[in-house]
Design a protein around this ligand. Structure first.
Ligand code: PEP
Length: 258
């Protein structure tokens, strides 16, 4: 899977145009069907991008949101719920992105509530975890990943957990140009798999789809994807141009044998 997080970029009409460009590249690429593609525009672009994707039948490109509120409706000014996302065609939603955890103050408990709400509302959550630079330097990476995953997944059964996607995104690598080495990402993904086995049940970790995110681009994607434990990428900056996004998808498709 390759998912594009547009963050707070692109108006509705700019987003629809970018989505059409991505779909045109998908249609021209015979290997594209080997990779599940998700694009996550800001809330204001979801309807227009959803319509653009729906008009291009069988595009294979899915729509995702960048965040949601855990409640279905209510007095939560500025928030958007799962059913509202489904109504504009979303199938996926990112929860616990590091910018929401560290800039907007989301806690592990809030992320756990959003994960459950996404599943309740029929959305596939892409659950972000990852350590800060200070935590890595203090050798606390595994501790942080175990804490974040345990909080998010405890109490879920194996089938429910399997309906989610995990994105390991070291905070120091997001938007910085400092990509984790394939070995650093692999080791973190192995910690995540072992934690899911412990928290949810045996074999949950090996079955999980775990993406790497943090400064993935057309130049480094293939090396990351060559690691068996890396099932794809969550891409920020490089998803804002169809050509660079598509090179990352092509790198994933080339490795993923049918
Ligand atoms: C992200 O926003 O999740 C991300 C990984 O951003 P970037 O690719 O720009 O580092």
């Amino acid at each position: 899977m390759v998912a594009g997080n547009w963050k707070m970029h692109r108006t509705a009409s700019e987003g629809a145009a970018l989505a059409r460009e991505c779909v045109a590249l998908a249609a021209a690429d015979p290997l594209a069907k080997r990779c599940e593609v998700v694009i996550c525009p800001p809330f204001t672009g979801l309807a227009a991008v959803g319509e653009a994707l729906a008009a291009l039948k069988g595009s294979g490109v899915h729509l995702g949101a960048q965040n949601m509120h855990a409640e279905v409706q209510g007095a939560f000014t500025g928030e958007v719920s799962g059913p509202m996302l489904s109504a504009v065609g979303c199938e996926f939603v990112i929860v616990g992105h590091s910018e929401r955890r560290h800039v907007m103050g989301e806690t592990d408990a809030m992320v756990a509530a959003k994960l459950r709400a996404a599943l309740r509302d029929g959305l596939t959550p892409i659950v972000c975890i990852g350590e800060t630079l200070a935590e890595r330097e203090q050798d606390k990476t595994a501790e942080v990943l175990v804490r974040q995953l345990s909080a998010a997944y405890s109490g879920l059964d194996a089938a429910t957990a399997a309906a989610t996607v995990v994105a390991y995104e070291p905070v120091w690598a997001i938007g910085t140009g400092k990509v984790a080495s394939p070995e650093q990402a692999r080791d973190a993904h192995r910690v995540a798999r072992a934690t899911l086995d412990q928290v949810v049940g045996p074999s949950t970790g090996s079955a999980a789809c775990i993406l790497y995110g943090g400064s993935v681009n057309a130049g480094n994607a293939a090396t990351l994807f060559a690691e068996d434990d890396i099932d794809g990428a969550l891409v920020g900056g490089a998803s804002l141009e169809a050509a660079s996004f598509w090179k990352i998808i092509a790198a994933a498709s080339a490795l993923n044998r049918p």
